[in-house]
Ligand binder design. Structure first.
Ligand code: 9WN
Length: 416
């Protein structure tokens, strides 16, 4: 792979202070995308990577929330639901720009740490860490308090918040919602991707119902969909580790962050499923675990020294994820009866998940696996046209092309 073509994707998707995930399908700024994108951009320009993150932090709500989407002005019809649906300007505590009211997984402090390390001199010159540390503290406080759920873990109120929108684990909690018929649903996404590769209309009507429920009523503790997801909590713990490093750099105490990282790592154990050999989400409305093997359940491997790391590596190498044989890391159990190799989060391999798993393998002593996975990630991105996701058996590209985090993380994998 040549770095030049990945950089070209990031250039094309750059909008002056942030990067859109994909020009057609996702024409605004997305929260966890920006963090992944910054991790790649730091190899192109540390300054630009800082800007990518800071433009997201500028859209922080008064309660500390970093929004799922920051809308590009005058672009309402391009993506649904857009700024007219969210009408954030009418909701107390809104930021100066128009945003969605939901959140996405908290990989931001981790990205800040990596961006800083790429060019500490430029970071110091701009006072980058000092400026973003308070925003990160408020973000984590929001997740700890307003989103504080069972076992002291953070909970999410919409499949979009999990980052893995139509993962099979969300089928049951979505099915338990009241029947909603919203009539004709606007689907601008289908102008850019095939229906067979996107969530169904039935799923979309529930997504919109939940979005409306969480837009107008901010008592998230009573939200009709409440899940505790391994991925969000693993990234929160990893980001606390990053906050410890950031705090130490700027003369603050790293101790509270170390303690929080340890607390979350221990708390995650409540989600462990010994029979499946991975973590599973908790449905806090039904009061039961959502038992299936997804890559979210593998993601706590990003935590160095995780007591379950060896068990996760064994699960990865086993038939359900086939590490080394399958393409990257499938998003869902290869042996599940409803595994689908081309449908979004119901089987395909995503580059961000491969990146996370490779990080985890590397910090938990599986260096050869990590090296191979990073090499595959870098090798597969360009020939796929920087696809959104791949068939885990054939590597056939699916979803949108010229997808920013695919380019950014391939660039990062290449430079390791
Ligand atoms: C809803 C932007 C986002 C990613 C998510 C991915 C997809 C959006 C959608 O695209 O979700 O947020 O419209 O499908 O699932 O992880 O952040 O790339």
């Amino acid at each position: 792979m040549s770095a030049a073509s990945a950089i070209a994707v990031l250039e094309r998707n750059w909008r002056g202070s942030y990067t859109v995930p994909a020009a057609g399908l996702y024409p605004h700024q997305w929260s966890w995308d920006s963090a992944f994108i910054a991790i790649g951009l730091r190899h192109v320009s540390a300054r630009r990577a800082q800007q990518e993150l800071e433009s997201l932090f500028a859209a922080q709500w008064d309660d500390g929330r970093l929004p799922q989407i920051v809308f590009t002005r005058d672009n309402d019809g391009a993506y649904s639901p857009g700024p007219l649906f969210w009408r954030s300007e009418r909701i107390p505590g809104h930021p100066p720009m128009s945003t969605a009211g939901l959140v996405q997984p908290p990989n931001h402090a981790w990205a800040v740490q990596l961006v800083h390390e790429a060019d500490p001199a430029e970071s110091a010159r701009r006072g980058f860490l000092e400026r973003v540390y308070p925003a990160l503290l408020r973000w984590h406080d929001y997740l700890r308090t307003i989103r504080g759920g069972p076992n002291g873990l953070t909970f999410l109120v919409h499949p979009w918040e999990t980052g893995m929108d139509n993962a099979p684990t969300w089928d049951a909690p979505l099915a338990a919602l009241p029947e909603v018929d919203l009539g004709e649903i606007e689907r601008p996404d289908l102008q850019h991707a095939d229906q067979s590769e996107r969530p169904s209309n039935a799923e979309y009507s529930r997504y919109l119902y939940l979005a409306a429920a969480n837009r107008d009523e901010w008592d998230v503790s009573a939200a009709p969909f409440r899940v505790v997801d391994p991925l969000a909590n693993a990234l929160l713990a990893r980001s606390e580790e990053a906050l410890a490093a950031i705090a130490a750099e700027i003369g603050q105490s790293p101790e509270p962050h170390r303690a929080e990282r340890a607390r979350l790592t221990t708390a995650l154990d409540a989600l462990w499923d010994a029979e499946l050999g991975c973590y599973v989400p908790w449905d806090d409305v039904a009061g039961r675990p959502l038992r299936a093997r997804t890559v979210s359940g593998i993601s706590p491997i990003v935590l160095a020294g995780l007591p379950r790391a060896d068990e996760l590596v064994a699960t990865l190498r086993g038939p359900h994820f086939a590490l080394g044989e399958a393409v990257l890391v499938p998003s869902y159990d290869l042996l599940a009866s409803d595994f689908d190799p081309s449908l979004y989060w119901r089987g395909p391999s995503w580059f961000n998940m491969a990146w996370l798993v490779a990080e985890g393998l590397a910090v938990n002593g599986a260096d050869d696996d990590a090296r191979r996975l990073r090499a595959d990630l870098a090798a597969l991105a360009e020939p796929s046209g920087y696809a959104e996701y791949l068939d885990p058996w054939t590597a056939a590209p699916h979803g949108t092309r010229s997808f920013s985090w695919t380019a950014a993380l391939a660039l990062d994998a290449l430079s390791r």
